[in-house]
Design a protein around this ligand. Structure first.
Ligand code: FAQ
Length: 330
């Protein structure tokens, strides 16, 4: 449902940390030239320490988002309205677990262990996407998560298929294909409710859209002029399109889908601007965003608590798997 140009690499004069020695400066210059030539960087290649750290931060946060993102949907597995919807939801949640695993593996190639990354999540030092700190109150939330949350995720992630770090880029190709299925199944579930449902079901869809629209727009991150990581990430080809540009692309793609669906997006300022060739939209509540990112959203404590509990209760499985692997070596 979404395709986009992936080559709008920003070339801002971003400030990288100053090299420590002549040798490092030479390696840095060679690295910059490779990035400028559009080459991909592999795990064994030399890379600036800040590039490595930025990637570990982004990829591990992305992995955490997938794993934590399974929780709001898990809430509805036992209450899916039909066997077909239940099977689809289970498959989607399993895909998300898989995405987390590809992403943890990609981050491990940069020298960060999975235990370190999970410890950072469990102790609240690592972030995960703000969107998963909102509650899933009705079945319509499952459709809206597919349509809007996976829709926003695809918009953000297709450009990452051309991220300069090859193991991340490779993981993203498969993830994006699966996210596309996730988005479509959500839209299909909503379309069914809007076209064949009762008035109460249609109202349930509208209510879910009202609750998820603004948090979905926040997924793209803070405005470009308040995004501390963007300049270097753009310079190094980790990010290919800025937070604000992606947000605008998402809005432009989604408004016609909302019309087709028959729902109203909860923004009175949303209107086509022929001069800009884009939809104008109202102000985003960035105070709410930072509150959720800071750990004080509606479900932050519940989500983190569920992850820590799963980790502790799964300790015996990890121990047994390790013993089994050791026995098989002999
Ligand atoms: N939530 O300087 P920037 C999915 C933080 S996967 C929380 O702009 P950056 C699949 C940011 O980390 C969704 N924190 O940062 C699914 C930074 O703090 P730090 C996840 C956020 O990295 C669907 C600070 O704010 N996708 O949905 C958020 O250049 C359905 C300043 O921000 C990815 O992770 C946020 N929304 O740009 C699963 C994609 N935004 O780390 C289940 C990969 C910003 O310096 C169900 N990641 N922050 O302490 C990215 O593209 C980027 O990391 C951005 C943020 C665009 C998210």
């Amino acid at each position: 449902m979404y395709t986009q140009a992936m080559d709008t690499l920003g070339k801002e004069a971003a400030l990288a940390p100053v090299p420590h020695s002549a040798d490092e400066a030479r390696l840095q210059a060679r690295f910059d030239a490779r990035i400028d030539a559009g080459e991909f960087i592999e795990a064994k290649d030399w890379m600036p320490e800040h590039y490595r750290k930025t990637l570990v931060r982004q990829i591990s946060q992305h992995a955490h988002s997938e794993i934590v993102g399974m929780l709001p949907e898990g809430n509805w597995v036992t209450r899916a309205p039909t066997l077909k919807r239940k099977a689809i939801l289970l498959a989607k949640i399993q895909d998300e677990g898989g995405h987390g695993l590809y992403l943890y593996s990609a981050a491990e190639t940069l020298g960060s262990s999975r235990d370190e990354m999970l410890d950072a999540l469990h102790t609240g030092r690592a972030k995960y996407s703000s969107i998963f700190n909102y509650p899933t109150l009705t079945w319509a939330d499952m459709g809206v998560i597919g349509w809007l949350v996976d829709g926003a995720a695809i918009m953000n992630q297709v450009p990452i298929c051309r991220c300069s770090y090859a193991p991340y880029a490779r993981a993203m190709v498969r993830i994006c294909r699966e996210e596309s299925f996730h988005q479509r199944q959500g839209y299909d579930a909503l379309l069914t409710m809007m076209q064949q449902g009762t008035e109460a079901q249609q109202a349930m869809v509208q209510d879910a859209v009202n609750r998820w629209w603004w948090p979905a727009l926040m997924m793209f991150g803070p405005p470009d002029d308040q995004s501390p990581n963007s300049a270097l990430s753009m310079r190094w080809g980790i990010k290919r399109i800025s937070n604000d540009e992606l947000r605008q692309k998402f809005i432009d793609a989604t408004v016609p889908q909302a019309e087709l669906l028959g729902v109203t997006l909860p923004d009175p300022d949303l209107q086509w601007n022929a001069e800009r060739g884009h939809f104008d939209f109202g102000p985003i509540d960035w105070a709410e965003f930072w509150q959720v990112v800071g750990g004080d959203g509606p479900c932050n404590r519940e989500r983190l608590g569920a992850r820590v509990q799963a980790w502790e209760e799964g300790a015996w499985v990890r121990e047994a798997a390790l013993v089994h692997a050791t026995r098989n070596e002999h």
